[in-house]
Design a binder for this molecule. Structure first.
Ligand code: IPE
Ligand code: IPE
Ligand code: MG
Ligand code: MG
Ligand code: MG
Length: 293
């Protein structure tokens, strides 16, 4: 099947599961459940949950088995975006082609919707994997570590600290690694955990996911600098406006493009070390380097 059609199938599978597994919008208090669903339903590429499903399949599990983990990671990712967009953070008004959560609702609701999605992710994991207690624990540990103060939140902290100051390449790499690459790597790892991959296989897939994640953030910064809101569905030019240190500031646009290419090549090399093949996953990794949104 053609690449785009296959990708759409995975996205639809994720979206059906999101609808099924999130509390209905009319659950009391309706406002919080509407706000949670608003940002989830707004769309997005569904990259992380798709990677969970693909990796689970790669290591011999069914996508169905991995769906709750896929939804959990999309909840964490969406919470991180809602909070990232708040006036106290990046102060963005557009996300996934729609007004950001705090614009559509208000700041208190957006803060709570983010908190609720963060918490719900762990409820999903505990609930849906409880029959295999060691798997449930491994998934919770993996996602909690990645989302915590040394990784996703730590990356966001240094990102904010880096506004209006000149960061070194090492500091920018720390930010990319933690605010973005850690959760992307965890998407691969959670799929592998669901499929009971070996620790050695998980080490390779984590490394692969980290390279994909680093490339992803370099490209995100490139899009912020070169694209337009209508194409990417979110506010652009924000990094420059906030005087954020990025790779582009240090190595320029071409240097950043080259870096995304090198990271993608490294991910492809790691893919070749895997015990099984997923031509679609390989194509997805390659296509991310040239994504336009
Ligand atoms: C945006 O992630 C935030 C970053 C880590 C760069 P995505 O580009 O995956 O956002 P959605 O999910 O498609 O909206
Ligand atoms: C945010 O990075 C990464 C998160 C953990 C949310 P950005 O601030 O660059 O993400 P966008 O560009 O707003 O999506
Ligand atoms: Mg940010
Ligand atoms: Mg932002
Ligand atoms: Mg950005």
């Amino acid at each position: 099947m053609e690449f785009k059609a296959t990708l759409k199938q995975y996205q639809q599978q994720v979206e059906q599961a999101l609808d099924l597994l999130l509390p209905p919008a009319n659950t009391r208090p309706a406002r919080i459940h509407e706000a949670m669903r608003y940002s989830l339903d707004a769309g997005g590429k569904r990259l992380r949950p798709t990677l969970v499903l693909l990796t689970a399949e790669l290591f011999g599990s069914s996508a169905d088995q991995a769906l709750p983990a896929a939804v959990a990671i999309e909840c964490i990712h969406t919470y991180s975006l809602i909070h990232d967009d708040l006036p106290a953070m990046d102060n963005s008004e557009l996300r996934r082609g729609k007004p950001t959560n705090h614009i559509q609702f208000d700041e208190p609701t957006a803060i709570l919707a983010g908190d609720a999605l963060l918490t719900y992710a762990f409820e999903l994991l505990a609930k849906h994997y409880c029959e295999d207690a060691s798997l449930a624990t491994a998934l919770v540990l993996e996602l909690a570590k990645t989302s915590g103060s040394t990784q996703l939140i730590g990356g966001q902290m240094e990102d904010i600290l880096g506004e209006r100051s000149q960061y070194s390449e090492e500091q920018i790499e720390f930010i990319h690694l933690n605010k973005t690459a850690a959760l992307l790597a965890t998407s691969f790892v959670m799929g592998a955990l669901v499929a009971h991959a070996s620790p050695e296989q998980i080490a390779v897939i984590r490394d692969l996911g980290t390279q994909v994640g680093l490339a992803f953030q370099v490209t995100d910064d490139l899009l912020d600098a070169t694209s337009d809101s209508a194409t990417i569905g979110k506010t652009v030019g924000q990094d420059a406006a906030a005087d954020k240190s990025t790779f582009i500031g240090i190595v320029g646009l071409d240097g950043a493009r080259q870096r995304a290419r090198e990271l993608t090549d490294r991910a492809v090399e790691l893919y070749q070390q895997l015990p099984a093949e997923s031509p679609f996953l390989l194509e997805l990794i390659r296509k991310l380097e040239h994504r336009s949104k």
